[in-house]
Design a protein around this ligand. Structure first.
Ligand code: HEC
Ligand code: HEC
Length: 325
């Protein structure tokens, strides 16, 4: 189109609609052209600097870019910054006992924050995320770790020993020692949290392991049968099955319950096991090493224990102390 069309003094494309509608042929504004050019240059520069074009589907077969940048190298650089911060704590941890770590506020804070992955990778499959427990059809696979009811003791060293050396509680099968009626009576008494309410508990020698009061013994992991916290499950059916076939008893119908030794497995470093002990302690159920430490015990211990009427001397101390405040 050589001859210029005009409309009101402005050049147009020559098309006219509805008698007076025409397209102008103005150049785009300067700022817009500048933006277009800059973004085109940006694309070229970006494509040259970063890995851009896949050449074939094989690993590493792409244009590498002038900047030598890869996502992995960036991640590694970030990681080394993190490692530098962590190594300060890790070095300090290595030479300390679990109890000493627990006594150090800063280290305990560090373990609380960094232990989650370690626990998730190694423990959560059996104990549940944050120790809330995981179940199969026969009840809990492994005991809850976020309460203050312990099979083997909640002191920091007992927890460490559980992790490092493993645990393997044994209860023999009683299927031949009990009639169906006796089994029923015992199971119901235990389900109600009152094992000693039936003389069978003593007569059938359950007290040898569970203690005359039915509260269990940490030395052999014989659980407390008087509280509402269960190793396996609260149902009378499950309780009957445990009494009949036992735990780790060799009876084919018996319950298997083995806490693996992480020291023997060689899967975790000494430092990792110490961190995990502190991490588990910090779930909230950790207990002081000595009864003498009772005055420092938090007040919640007393309120928790009081309604259950299981207040022990250690738990009772803060109550006695209360009027003085
Ligand atoms: C293969 C399943 C399994 C894995 C994995 C496992 N546990 Fe256990 N854990 C158990 C079982 C089962 C018991 C109870 C043993 C028993 O019934 O005698 C237990 C007991 C414990 C106890 C003692 C609890 C108490 O009440 O005294 C602690 C503490 C513990 N585990 C911590 C850990 C930590 C920390 C890890 C990860 C490093 C871990 N466990 C990994 C199965 C497991
Ligand atoms: C040789 C010691 C021993 C004797 C005897 C024994 N128990 Fe046990 N019992 C244990 C241990 C240890 C456990 C915990 C097993 C484990 O998980 O490792 C247990 C667990 C249990 C549980 C599971 C509780 C829960 O929280 O799920 C019940 C119920 C139980 N015993 C009832 C009895 C009764 C009833 C008798 C007597 C007929 C008895 N036990 C005799 C050692 C014993």
């Amino acid at each position: 189109m050589s001859d210029k069309h005009q409309s009101g003094g402005v050049t147009t494309t020559g098309h006219v609609w509805d008698n007076d509608l025409a397209d102008f042929t103005n150049q785009p504004p300067k700022w817009w052209m500048l933006g277009l050019t800059v973004s085109a240059l940006w694309c070229v520069a970006y494509a040259l600097y970063y890995p851009t074009i896949p050449i074939s589907s094989g690993q590493g077969s792409f244009t590498k870019g002038l900047g030598n940048w890869t996502a992995i190298s960036e991640m590694e650089a970030d990681q080394s910054v993190v490692d530098a911060v962590r190594s300060k704590y890790e070095a300090k941890l290595a030479g300390m006992t679990p109890a000493a770590i627990l006594g150090d506020k800063e280290l305990t804070e560090y373990v609380k924050r960094s232990g989650k992955v370690l626990f998730g990778d190694n423990c959560a499959a059996c104990h549940g995320q944050n120790g809330v427990g995981a179940r199969d059809k026969e009840g809990l696979i492994a005991p809850l770790l976020n309460d203050d009811d312990w099979m083997y003791g909640g002191q920091i060293n007992a927890i460490y020993t559980s992790i490092a050396d493993g645990r393997n509680g044994m209860m023999p099968p009683h299927k031949d020692a009990l009639s169906e009626a006796e089994l029923d009576t015992l199971a119901k008494a235990i389900a109600a949290g009152q094992p000693t309410s039936t003389p069978l508990f003593t007569e059938k020698n359950c007290i040898a392991c569970h203690g005359p009061d039915g509260k269990g013994m940490h030395a052999m992991g014989s659980v407390n049968l008087t509280d509402s916290i269960w190793r396996f499950d609260s149902s009378v059916e499950t309780i009957k099955a445990v009494i009949k076939y036992g735990v780790n008893s060799g009876d084919p119908k018996g319950r298997q319950a083995v806490m693996p030794s992480f020291k023997a497995a060689g899967k975790l470093s000494e430092a990792d096991m110490k961190k995990l002990a502190v991490y588990v302690y910090q779930f909230g159920g950790g207990q002081p090493e000595e009864v003498a430490a009772a005055p420092a015990a938090p007040a919640e211990t007393a309120t928790d224990a009081a309604p259950a009427a299981t207040a022990e001397p250690a738990a009772a101390a803060p109550i006695d102390a209360a009027p003085k405040q």
